[in-house]
Design a protein around this ligand. Structure first.
Ligand code: APR
Length: 261
């Protein structure tokens, strides 16, 4: 088994070096080794507590003050989630993607994670399609602010730029993805001929559309996941294991290959 996986790491690395425009799609699995549980599958938050209501955004619009009171004083699973996020630090999986970016192989990382760990690890070409839990966004002008820049004395807080209502930057269920980020994600998916798909069940759209778009255009998919997903059958390379374990191995092989070029 070991040698088979090692061969697959080699082939995945060759695929990345051969490609012209490599991007990555990451999900909750990438942050499991940073202490943040996934949403689905074994130990998943939704698995344990059930999926949240799909109309989270409508509820926010109906009563933004109540939504903010709940956000500032969370309880139950959401309290657990925000506490683990606040304590989490990047792991070798995050750092491996930064290294791939530094050596010019990885052009962009699209993450579904709101945990800020890619940014903390040093990713620069980063698109946070579901937002970032440390940021606040205006639902009118889409301006984003660090939490520290916002006064929560009166709720809902208002946008310093346009006086619009402010919301956490994290995208709620039922909320449209902010057009600036979504547009960039589709651009990158159109440019890419190879995608690393790490730590995602690839079941939530529009993010799950990107690997399909790349595969339909003849591009390659490299999956890193301990378990099979909806995407596995479409992938040219499938690496069974954790992101923190396998992504650094891929980077080492890529660097060795590049030296030999
Ligand atoms: N390394 C790599 N992958 C892992 C690891 C690990 N250590 N542990 C678990 N996984 C895999 C699981 O097998 C699963 O396929 O990560 C995936 C996590 O899937 P989900 O929990 O469904 O998370 P994600 O795909 O990011 O969910 C998408 O759904 O609930 C919404 O907004 C939320 O952004 C989230 C979106």
């Amino acid at each position: 088994m070991e040698s088979l996986q090692s061969d697959e790491v080699d082939r995945a690395a060759e695929c990345l070096v051969r490609a012209h425009h490599v991007i990555a799609l990451t999900g909750a699995g990438l942050s499991v080794e940073s202490g943040i549980p996934p949403f689905r599958g074994p130990g998943g938050i939704w698995t344990r507590y059930g999926e949240p209501p799909m109309d989270g955004y409508q509820r926010f619009l109906e009563d933004p003050r109540a939504a903010w009171e709940e956000r500032l004083n969370p309880s139950g699973p959401m309290r657990e989630l925000w506490e683990t996020l606040a304590a989490a630090r990047p792991n070798p999986g995050h750092l491996a993607l930064v290294e791939l970016e530094d050596i010019g192989i990885l052009r962009c990382t699209i993450t579904q994670n709101v945990d800020d760990l890619h940014r903390l690890a040093g990713s620069r070409a980063l698109l946070e399609i579901h937002g970032n839990a440390t940021l606040i966004r205006c639902i009118q002008c889409v301006a984003r602010f660090p939490r520290s820049a916002i006064d929560f004395a009166s709720l809902p807080p208002r946008c310093p730029t346009c006086d619009g209502i402010l919301k956490s930057d994290t995208v709620a269920f039922g909320e449209p993805i902010p057009p600036d980020v979504l547009g960039r994600c589709f651009e990158e998916a159109e440019l890419a001929d190879c995608m690393i798909v790490a730590g995602t069940s690839a079941t939530v759209y529009p993010a799950a559309q990107f690997p399909n778009t790349i595969q339909e255009r003849g591009g390659d998919l490299v999956e890193v996941n301990p378990y099979e997903t909806e995407l596995t059958a479409l992938c040219q390379h499938t690496l069974r294991g954790t992101a923190a374990e396998l992504l650094p191995q891929i980077v080492e092989r890529v660097k060795t290959l590049r030296v030999g070029l």
